[in-house]
Structures are given as C-alpha cells and as structure tokens.
Design a protein around this ligand. Structure first.
Ligand code: UDP
Length: 451
C-alpha cells in the first residue's frame, strides 16, 4: 500500500533571521519524508545571493516586486496582507492542480494572515515562532492586557519568567510609542488568531526554557522543535546538507576557515551583529578600539553596508591579528575549536546557535528581543556577560576590553565555559533520536500522514 507523503508549505518572513530557522526546520521535515515547498516574496528572492539545496522554492507577490524601501511598515503590511493572501491562495491552488496538494502551511507567526488563508482553503496550519518562548510569553502577556503600557513599574513580574526590569523587555515595550507598527505586529497581530492554529512551534528546546514553556503551554499548546541547526554541527558523527540554502549574503568561507584553522584552541574573539543591526560610527570605533587593546585574535563580520563606519586604517593596522569579512558561515565558525568567545547582538538565532555549540557570549543587544535574550544568557543560562552601555547608550572600549578579559581568562570565564558545554550537551540531547524536539517533529509528521 502506498503511504501518503504529507506536503508542507513553509512561509517565513523575508528576513535572514526568519528564513534560516524555518529552512532548517523544513529540512528536518524533509528528512522525515515530508514533501516541502518554501514560499517567499518575489523581491526577496531576487535579492538572494545563495540559493542551494533540495527544497523547492516558489515566489509570491507582496505588492512590491521592485522593493519597498521607502514604504512605511504599516502600509507595507496592509498591502502584503491583501496581495499576499490572494497570491498565496493562487499558489496553493496551482500546486493542487499540478498534483501536489498542500496539507499544511507552516507560517511565520508574524504573517498571521497566512493562517486565515489556510483555514479558508480547509488546510491545517502550524505557526512558527522564530524567537524564544520567553519573548512570546511577554508578547502574549501584553496581548492579553496583563501588562499595561506604558510601563508604570521599573520591575515586571510575568508567570514563568524571572523578574525583569523594563530594560530587559523587548525594545518596543520600553519605547513602544516610537515604532507602533512593529509593536502592533508582535503583540497583537501574531496573537489575535493564534488559538486557531493546529500547531504552534517554537525554535527553542525544552530544557533551555523549561519553566516558561510549562507555563506557556497552559495557554498555548506550544511545541519545541529547536535548535534548528544542521545535525552535523551538533553531532560530528553525522553528515548533513550543511548548505544554508537561501541567503542574502555570500559567506566568505574560503577566507575565514583557513585563517581559523591556523589559530589555536579558544584563542579567537568572534564578532557579529547579525543581518540587520546598524551600529553607529561611534559604537564601531569603541568596538574596534576594545578589540585592538585586548590583544586577542579576532574575526569580525562587518556587512558591506557597514564597512564605511570602521575607523580609518583600522583594518590595515590590525591585519596581524584581525580578519574582517562581510559575511561568514556562522555555524561553521561557532563550531570551530579556535573560537573563544562571541561578541553578539543576541539575536535569537545567534544566541541559540552559540548556546547549542557551547560558545561563551559577550552580549551587546541592540533592539527587538535582544535585551531579553541577553538577560537570559547572563542570569539564567550563565553562558555569558553583558557589555554594559554608558548613559549615552554606547558600550565603551574599556568595557569591551574588560569583558573580553573576563570571558577569555580567569575563573568566571571558566565557569561560563563549563555552563556553555552543559547547554551544548542538552541541545544535542533535545535533537537526538527520542529527544524532546525530535519527538515533537516526528509526532507532527505522523499526524500529518495519518489524516
Ligand atoms: N549569520 C551568518 N553569517 C554571519 C552572520 C550571521 O550566517 O556572518 C546567520 C546566523 O548564523 C543566524 C542569522 O544569520 O542564523 C542571524 O540571525 P539572528 O537572529 O542572530 O540575528 P538577525 O540577523 O535576525 O538580527
């Protein structure tokens, strides 16, 4: 008897930090025998520099096929919802006509109207949260009217979470009046129909956020499926398709990996602020000078659009110790034995990747959920320290220098390293055969096949 092969349509937001985890999740589903089609916008697809791997990609219009640079976010969202809903519906009907009917849409929770499209076509839908469970609990708390804004107290108590300061909350909450469209998306739009989703997946693993997951599960039937990292990085015995597949930036693998191979164990400071954060020139100067005086080897990812902010002649003057690249294969870098610590903006993917690969962190959160992630890195998981900004919001060079010394040398650094190794082990267990995340993924696939 021929078994039915379930078909999932994966629909991430058009941003690197959303594509990466959802693509890796899609690969896991594919390994379990599920057919996968990934949908993205026509414009985003055009901007990709790397497209590889065995996942079928389809494009739909968001109403701005030539880009939406100058368009205000609320206008963009309204047009995307209208045009995107029609186009997504057409795509699903086309796939059905071609003999590949879709069984389930796995949609980025931020594109909440994709759930309405699924329901209107009689399909099942799985929401995918690309941030931590703690951050979703905070959003939900606001959505449910349990956390009033603007904040009246400097301390916030949310069930399942440690006491948080206002400055530990996602940036839209402390200054939420300054960018309402994003606040609307995270704390209202993505929550308003979430109870209609057939599954809710979160890119985390059970042990990492045990308390908040247990607490959130009472309100939302959340399933952990992380870390969404290719298996070979978690377990060296495994082979995997390590290609990222869809990337807006071309990794300079041939430049950085041979350079790292020449460095001794835990001797390099890796610096990256992800795909979106824009540091101002003053902050770049402070990072540069902190790295200069700390005397360690460093690998610094400076995206092309940011490179003009580096201090004049800095690259030349530090060429004996520093390597600058515009994008790297970050998982390969973090898994490399030469990396001693990671100066990071604490984007959720970077945080989870560093935790899962046992790399100590120095947090320099910039916006969105990064302050919350940094709080957990420092106080709950104890795998890093935060580089504290001064009253003007800039992290000064002596603070950066001191943080590097603390993490790379001394007793506290050893403690952090030990904790990081422990989380690495727990991440692998979650993903191993029979681990908490592995079970949730297999359960999802078997339910899709059954019905
Ligand atoms: N990344 C990468 N190469 C780099 C810098 C980042 O491959 O040089 C990847 C990183 O591994 C992560 C993603 O880009 O998967 C960044 O996501 P994150 O949530 O950390 O930050 P965002 O870019 O969304 O701010």
């Amino acid at each position: 008897m021929e078994t039915h092969k379930a078909h999932c349509l994966i629909f991430p937001c058009a941003a690197q930090g959303h594509i990466n985890p959802m693509l890796q999740f899609a690969k896991r589903l594919q390994h379990q025998g599920t057919k996968i089609t990934l949908a993205t916008t026509k414009f985003f697809f055009k901007t990709l520099q790397e497209v590889s791997g065995s996942i079928a990609v389809e494009t739909i219009s968001d109403g701005y096929d030539e880009g939406a640079n100058e368009v205000p976010l609320d206008t963009y969202n309204a047009v995307f919802q209208k045009v995107g809903s029609e186009n997504l519906t057409e795509l699903i009907l086309k796939l059905k006509d071609l003999g590949c009917p879709v069984d389930c849409i796995v949609y980025d929770a931020l594109i909440s109207w994709a759930l309405d499209v699924a329901k209107s076509l009689g399909l099942r839908a799985a929401a995918f949260f690309t941030q931590s469970c703690a951050v979703y609990k905070i959003y939900y708390h606001v959505y449910a009217g349990l956390l009033k804004l603007p904040l009246e107290e400097s301390k916030v108590e949310i069930p399942g979470l440690p006491p948080l300061l206002a400055s530990d909350l996602p940036s839209f909450f402390s200054n939420y009046g300054s960018y309402p469209p994003i606040f609307q998306m995270v704390a209202y739009d993505q929550m308003k129909n979430i109870h209609e989703a057939d599954w809710i997946f979160c890119n985390t693993f059970y042990k990492l956020e045990e308390e908040v997951i247990d607490c959130t599960s009472k309100i939302l039937p959340i399933k952990t499926i992380g870390p969404t990292i290719p298996s070979m990085y978690l377990d060296k015995r495994l082979q995997d398709d390590k290609q990222y597949g869809l990337s807006r930036f071309m990794p300079m693998t041939n430049d950085c990996m041979p350079w790292l191979n020449e460095r001794s164990t835990s001797s390099v400071v890796y610096v990256s602020f992800g795909s979106l954060a824009e540091l101002d020139a003053e902050q770049m100067e402070e990072v540069a000078q902190g790295l200069r005086t700390s005397n360690y080897y460093f690998l610094w990812v400076v995206r092309e659009s940011e490179s003009n902010k580096l201090p004049k002649d800095f690259v030349k003057e530090t060429s004996d110790r520093g390597l600058f690249i515009s994008w790297c294969p970050q998982l390969e870098v973090l898994a490399h034995k030469s990396i001693g610590c990671f100066i990071t903006h604490c984007g959720w993917n970077s945080t989870l990747e560093a935790l899962s690969l046992g790399v100590p962190m120095i947090g320099m959160p910039q916006w969105i959920d990064q302050s919350t992630n940094a709080k957990f890195v420092v106080d709950i998981w104890k795998t890093g320290i935060k580089a504290q900004p001064d009253e003007t919001g800039i992290v000064r060079r002596d603070v950066i220098h001191e943080c590097i010394s603390v993490v790379m040398e001394g007793e506290k650094g050893q403690e952090i390293r030990k904790n990081a190794d422990n989380w690495k082990d727990l991440a692998r267990k979650a993903f191993d055969d029979g681990g908490s995340s592995d079970k949730n993924i297999k359960d999802f696939v078997s339910k899709l096949i059954q019905s």
